[in-house]
Design a protein around this ligand. Structure first.
Ligand code: ZN
Ligand code: ZN
Length: 439
């Protein structure tokens, strides 16, 4: 069977399961039967998505598959919002509106998991180099949980009242997709939510569990480019030139003192120089050197302080070398993702009740970045929880000093899909029902 055939079979299994559930529900069937019937079909959907990853801004097939699966639940689906964005609206009478977000994009990583459904996709990157493409950040699990959540809500309409808006967001890895969907009217053309929810896979939480943190959960991320300027000349006669390489080297070292000396030790920040390029040959002093930095912080004041310090140090070193003023360009960046404490306090008891206390763990904030925080626009409270993906014995072994766990974005990251999918749907539907109680 070709890939499309496999996917269609999975969708029809979902629909078939739906028809059976209708009859069984009236006979008092409990939720474990729903999961027993639906998770195997959802796992087929997951494997199809995993096998066919697409890079940011190229999520055409993925969006089509997600839209098709969401439409199969009876949701009203609109496509191409903010690029390949998908918006599914599931209405169930008057009541509040809750948004559930999944992202859709994959990464330029060549998969090395050895899974039967591993991605074989290869594409040329912007420089023309061949690279593999892989769902190394688990967005395939996120989409599968979104479909499962829509399906569960459609099958249990007496358990909730109101409107669920389920979205597939493109280009999360470039932190562009949320901004694009909001700019194209996500909160104007579709019902505006009173809360926005999401989940993200975690590489260090056991499958079957979820993790959560209230308050800042993901850091802000800002890219800074610095063009260190000098005056080129012969390498043998540096006194006739202004050397930008020496300036850049001093700047890279001096930037390390910002976090260690200027950030409150109780707070956190990161300044990383990820790229440095200058010069062409041993005996030529170049005109300039380019640095590319990423800056992370949990608080806006910290972010502003880090950026001002970077600019001051770049200009200060140029001044000390009698060099032209450097060009420092700062991108718009992405705000921190903050889990609204009130929203967390409201939905976590519902998730605990469903999963059991032993399956809910506290996690630390991460200096990774997410554009989910942008859905907080206009005062919408947001909450993203972490979804465990690791076999419990594997986690235990790593904790005892065994083989380290592959992180997100690693070529070896591979969730335990059935447990992660079932747990993601259980947790997400519990949160949605808590926010959309039946009257
Ligand atoms: Zn990622
Ligand atoms: Zn991700």
């Amino acid at each position: 069977m070709n890939r499309f055939g496999t996917f269609c079979a999975a969708i029809s299994q979902i629909l078939l399961a739906s028809a059976c559930i209708g009859a069984e529900k009236s006979a008092g069937e409990d939720s474990s039967a729903w999961f027993g019937k639906n998770v195997p079909a959802l796992q087929v959907v997951y494997e199809d998505l995993h096998r066919n990853p697409e890079l940011s801004l190229q999520e055409k097939r993925t969006a089509a598959k997600l839209a098709e699966a969401l439409a199969a639940t009876g949701a009203k689906v609109t496509r191409n919002i903010g690029g390949h964005g998908v918006v599914a609206v599931l209405e169930n009478g008057p009541g509040p509106v809750v948004l559930v977000r999944s992202d859709m994009d994959a990464l330029p990583v060549t998969e090395a998991t050895g899974a039967a459904y591993a991605s074989q996709v290869r594409v040329a990157d912007a420089e023309g180099r061949q690279t593999g493409v892989m769902h190394a950040c688990g967005h395939d699990i996120h989409m599968t949980c979104l479909i499962g959540t829509a399906k569960w809500l459609a099958d249990h309409r007496d358990a909730w009242k109101g409107t669920a808006v389920l979205i597939g967001q493109p280009a999360e890895e470039r932190v562009e997709g949320a901004r694009a969907m909001l700019a194209e009217g996500l909160y104007e053309k579709f019902p505006k939510p009173s809360a926005a929810l999401a989940l993200h896979v975690a590489h260090d939480v056991a499958a079957g569990k979820v993790g959560f943190v209230a308050g800042p959960a993901f850091a802000s991320s800002t890219s800074v480019n610095i063009l260190v300027k000098g005056r080129g000349g012969h390498g043998a006669m540096p006194h006739n030139a202004i050397d930008p390489i020496v300036q850049a080297a001093m700047l890279v070292v001096d930037l390390q003192t910002i976090v260690s000396r200027k950030v409150n030790p109780i707070d956190a920040g990161v300044v990383t120089v990820g790229s440095i390029h200058g010069g062409t040959k041993n005996n030529i002093i170049p005109d300039d050197v380019r640095l590319q930095l990423t800056v992370r912080a949990f608080r806006d004041e910290t972010r502003e302080m880090l950026l001002a310090s970077i600019r001051r140090k770049a200009e200060g070193i140029a001044h000390a070398h009698d060099a032209p003023k450097p060009e420092v360009t700062i991108d718009e960046g992405i705000t921190p993702t903050v889990n609204d404490p009130g929203l967390v306090a409201r939905v976590m008891p519902a998730i605990r009740k469903t999963l059991g206390d032993e399956n809910v763990v506290a996690v630390e904030p991460t200096t990774g970045a997410e554009d989910f925080g942008l859905y907080g626009q206009g005062g919408v409270p947001t909450f993203m929880f972490r979804l465990g993906t690791v076999a419990p014995d594997r986690l235990e072994d790593a904790r005892k000093g065994g083989k380290p766990l592959p992180s997100l974005h690693s070529a070896e990251f591979l969730p335990v899909p059935d447990a992660a999918i079932a747990t993601g749907i259980r947790a997400m539907t519990s949160a949605v029902v808590e926010l959309l109680p039946p009257r």
